[in-house]
Design a protein around this ligand. Structure first.
Ligand SMILES: *Cc1c(COP(=O)(O)O)cnc(C)c1O
Length: 538
């Protein structure tokens, strides 16, 4: 009887050769200056305890690099919004500033100046009424910035309650957001003890916050509404203006001020450039704070986000700490003390290197490639695309019934949103091939190197699974083309009825293709085709 329970750790331990290199006369491999024959070439690396003796840096480097080779290639990771490429001079700046701690304001004053410039630039870009009044800080990412935005709103609500002689404990504060909220938003509620009111999403609400429904969750203890630009699930922008208008009306009737914090983790660096006419930012007086991730479409390396308040008025003073111990008086209103300075410097590099036009060109190119991918997927008939950036506004808006407004050349005629393609098996596909599971697409794409997540939509659409591709700068047309070929190939193989157990047999046939005997085609005279490997033409 074969055992089903095999523990890989003990399997390795029990199968090891019992010889020790010091038993082999005359050769002690650890003396040979070569990473693989050094200590851990012949004995195992202690993984869970610190080794008593170290190894030389070259060997440590080689061993770690080899293990990391099993990670996905960052450029094929289509799951992530995180930027993975910067031009060479940026890499140089990184290396030159790698050891600077951002918090040492006195020691690195120019880093501070650069930081302040970035805040002013973003405050202006997002139409703060006065960039002098605006205040902000770099963070390690949007997550930290979201905690700060939430904390400021919580404190303001407490101040308003106290001033009105009301309790801040019974009932306690609440915050409203769509059920599609990124985890950082829900974290704020749980970590800082604010009741989290999640507004369910529907197909009609385009898988995101429905402002009218959100109003059912708002009351006098609502510290604010988190509005997302745009949704991590499908890239849809949430309707900030509509939410703001409804809250204006609510305030008129009840006297309760409910501010908006916009989570523009991705959209903060897409909307101002690709959708400049869209009103979502400080042009709306109710938007008191905005966060963005410099390391997403801000195009810096991972480790920088931004939190900006429209005015000092909305950042309560008791959240700002005065630090005296590093030299002069310094001010801090972040969760981290130490943090790397280089991602902030890289953000500034991008701002002056790309400028408005550079960011715009990249955002428009990303959106164009997202449209290409979306349309091609829909043309297969196998897939339905849930994101809408490939649709013309006139197709979507119920008020514009005619197609007269369609202008293929004009990027502004398309629905606004992030360059994200969220898709699923079409209804027709699911009916015809009920045995084919969508998650297999994720697995089979991974075998080709692509990372594309398959996951459920938020409540009440949790029975719908989507595959999602974030179209970033490096996802050029040739890469989109290769990706499409691969996904078409994989899907076709899954439904290829000519093979018994066609779907489940897929992985077997994939490994078959690496069998060299099947590469004979090249020798048979068809090898002049440049794509003449074992890959199917597509
Ligand atoms: C990525 C993301 C976050 C978290 O941002 P980090 O920079 O990864 O901390 C929060 N909200 C939204 C909408 C996001 O897309």
């Amino acid at each position: 009887m074969l055992s089903k329970h095999i523990n890989p750790e003990s399997l390795i331990r029990d199968s090891k050769d019992k010889t020790h290199h010091h038993h082999i006369a005359g050769t002690d491999p650890s003396r040979i200056p070569h990473p693989y024959t050094a200590r851990y070439g012949t004995s195992s690396i202690p993984r869970f305890r610190i080794p008593s003796k170290g190894i030389n840096a070259d060997s440590a480097y080689t061993l770690i690099r080899d293990e990391l080779a099993l990670d996905a290639a960052p450029s094929l990771n289509l799951a992530s919004f995180i930027n993975t490429w910067m031009p060479e001079p940026a890499n140089k700046l990184t290396m030159e500033n790698l050891s600077k701690n951002f918090v040492d304001q006195d020691e690195y004053p120019m880093t501070q100046v650069i930081h302040t410039r970035c805040i002013s630039i973003l405050a202006n870009l997002w139409h703060a009424p006065s960039a002098d009044q605006a205040i902000g800080t770099a963070t390690t990412g949007s997550s930290e910035a979201i905690q700060l935005g939430g904390l400021a709103m919580k404190r303001l609500w407490q101040e308003r309650r106290k001033a009105a002689g009301k309790s801040i404990h019974e009932p306690g504060p609440n915050i409203v957001m769509g059920a599609n909220a990124q985890v950082a938003l829900e974290k704020f509620a749980r970590y800082f003890e604010v009741e989290c009111r999640l507004v369910p999403v529907t197909v009609d609400s385009k898988y995101r916050l429905d402002p009218k429904k959100a109003m059912e969750y708002v009351d006098e203890n609502t510290i604010g509404v988190y509005v997302i630009l745009g949704s991590t699930y499908t890239g849809h922008y949430e309707p900030v203006k509509e939410m703001s208008d409804l809250l204006d009306e609510y305030e008129k009737h009840t006297g309760h001020f409910v501010p908006i914090h916009v989570d523009a983790a991705s959209g903060g660096f897409i909307a101002p450039f690709a959708h400049p006419k869209l009103v979502w930012d400080f042009r709306l007086p109710r938007v008191v704070s905005i966060n963005t991730s410099g390391h997403k479409f801000g195009l810096a390396y991972v480790g920088v986000g931004w939190a900006i308040w429209r005015s000092k008025k909305y950042l309560p003073k008791d959240l700002i700490f005065e630090l005296h111990y590093l030299g002069s008086v310094e001010y801090s209103f972040s969760l981290n003390f130490s943090r790397p300075a280089h991602p902030i410097i890289l953000q500034y590099f991008n701002l002056i290197h790309l400028g408005f036009e550079g960011y715009r060109a990249i955002a428009l190119a990303d959106l164009k490639n997202a449209r290409l991918l979306s349309r091609a997927l829909e043309h297969t008939g196998w897939y339905t695309v849930l994101s809408d950036v490939h649709r013309h506004k006139s197709e979507i808006s119920k008020s514009a019934q005619t197609t007269a407004g369609i202008d293929e050349e004009n990027p502004e005629s398309y629905e606004e949103g992030l360059p994200v393609v969220a898709f699923r098996f079409s209804d027709a596909f699911q009916q015809e091939y009920p045995e084919v599971q969508q998650v297999w697409i994720q697995t089979l794409l991974r075998a080709k190197g692509w990372v594309v997540p398959n996951y459920e939509l938020p409540p009440t659409l949790e029975n719908v699974q989507i595959l999602r591709v974030v179209v970033r700068e490096h996802m050029s047309e040739p890469l989109v083309d290769r990706f499409l070929c691969n996904i078409v190939e994989i899907t076709r193989d899954l439904i290829d009825k000519s093979s018994p157990n066609h779907a489940l047999d897929m992985i077997g046939r994939h490994s078959d293709r690496t069998n060299p005997t099947r590469l004979g085609r090249l020798d048979e005279g068809s090898g002049s085709r440049s794509s003449g490997t074992y890959a199917k033409p597509c």
